[in-house]
Design a protein around this ligand. Structure first.
Ligand SMILES: Cc1ncc(COP(=O)(O)O)c(C=O)c1O
Length: 377
């Protein structure tokens, strides 16, 4: 693999411009209140071993794509949990437990959120029950168990695991900590999103460049909404917000297109497992329906290759550990930069300072090794 010439063939799948775009700070901070964001940073930055995650430069890629800067926020270094999720669940556990020692925390998860909740419970010496579906890998289960949580496997998919979590939690008076908000369940997911917003607080201190574009991944939209709220609170200039999803799970794109919440059918799960979601969380929907400029989807084809290229210093001077969900922003950016019309429409040019959220490292070590192997072939 010499140079980056072969990137010229990379494509995105779908691109949608949001016709209802209107970035209003007050509106966004109504759905994710400013005080929650301030408190999240105050608390999390005081935790033992807290350090801002690095902001790296994909300097080789930016030269190839003729852009001014491509910043990569490396969440693989987040509290040894290897994902931005460390900021959300664990923080929500701290806030809702309010110093009580006798409560039991519960959650349903596809992996990383449960790990964060389990870690948060362990930090405070609380008992923790984590529900997972039959599809969650044993590697991810072991990672949760490392933090002393009891993992309960439930037959069926994520929704079945959530139902069982709710049933047992009601019966036993356990305190549920979910990251997905619904009509009657907002506060705890808002806490998780407030936790994610500190990514932007850190960036506002890490670079003097004005960011012009943010590529942010979405599953149910929690990360993207946290990032947008962070921008509303901390950035002077508002960058273009580009929400990236797997083509097989493009619930944000479909909802923005229809201008209403859409539940989609996932025919085949994406390899980007954490983003394989069929319906948005409610608060993120309220935020992203206005604040996202574009939604873009990408195929799974180049995920393994991107993982390997990050590791093998093809994009940057240093080696980067980026798991499957850390790749779609890069894939989308390359695809868009390759397409003259899209490039122009998004103003991707020599003055662009792009921010990519490298949201996870090798959180699933077994899958990561397989991706590296496939990507180097
Ligand atoms: C591991 C992982 N899980 C989940 C998500 C999606 O986050 P959310 O469901 O909050 O949109 C991401 C990133 O998009 C991720 O990296």
């Amino acid at each position: 693999m010499k140079g980056l010439k072969h990137l010229k063939s990379w494509k995105y799948k779908k691109l949608l411009k949001n016709n209802n775009y209107s970035f209003k700070r007050n509106y966004i901070l109504k759905y994710l209140p400013s005080a929650l964001i301030t408190n999240a940073y105050k608390s999390i930055s005081s935790w033992k071993n807290y350090r801002a995650t690095p902001i790296l430069s994909l300097n080789k890629l930016k030269n190839d794509l003729k852009l001014n800067n491509i910043f990569y926020k490396d969440e693989s270094k987040r509290f040894h949990l290897k994902s931005f999720k460390a900021l959300g669940g664990a923080y929500a556990v701290e806030r809702i437990s309010k110093g009580k020692k006798n409560i039991v925390i519960s959650s349903a998860t596809a992996g990383n959120h449960g790990r964060s909740v389990a870690w948060g419970a362990k930090r405070l010496n609380l008992k923790c029950k984590i529900f997972v579906s039959q599809y969650v890998s044993q590697t991810r289960v072991s990672e949760i168990e490392k933090f002393g949580a009891e993992v309960i496997r439930v037959k069926g998919n994520y929704e079945n695991s959530l139902e069982e979590c709710k049933r047992q939690s009601k019966k036993n008076n356990w305190q549920i900590v979910q990251d997905v908000s619904t009509k009657n369940y907002r506060y705890i997911p808002q806490l998780t999103m407030a936790g994610y917003s500190i990514i932007i607080k850190e960036i506002s201190k890490q670079t003097n460049h004005y960011i012009t574009h943010i590529f942010v991944q979405a599953g149910v939209g929690g990360l993207a909404a946290g990032v947008v709220a962070g921008v509303a609170k901390y950035f002077k200039r508002v960058p273009k917000i580009i929400v990236v999803e797997p083509e097989r799970a493009d619930c944000v794109l479909q909802s923005v297109k229809a201008n209403k919440l859409k539940k989609i059918k996932i025919k085949k799960e994406s390899i980007m497992g954490g983003m394989s979601c069929n319906e948005m969380s409610l608060v993120p929907w309220q935020i992203l329906k206005k604040a996202s400029n574009y939604c873009v989807s990408v195929a799974d084809d180049n995920v393994a290759k991107t993982t390997a290229m990050l590791k093998d210093k093809k994009f940057s001077r240093s080696s980067i550990i980026g798991g499957e969900c850390a790749t779609p922003g890069i894939i989308a950016l390359i695809g868009l930069a390759n397409n003259l019309k899209a490039r122009k429409s998004l103003n991707l040019d020599k003055d662009s300072n792009i921010l990519i959220i490298g949201c996870e490292g090798n959180a699933d070590i077994k899958l990561y090794k397989q991706l590296l192997f496939m990507g180097r072939k």
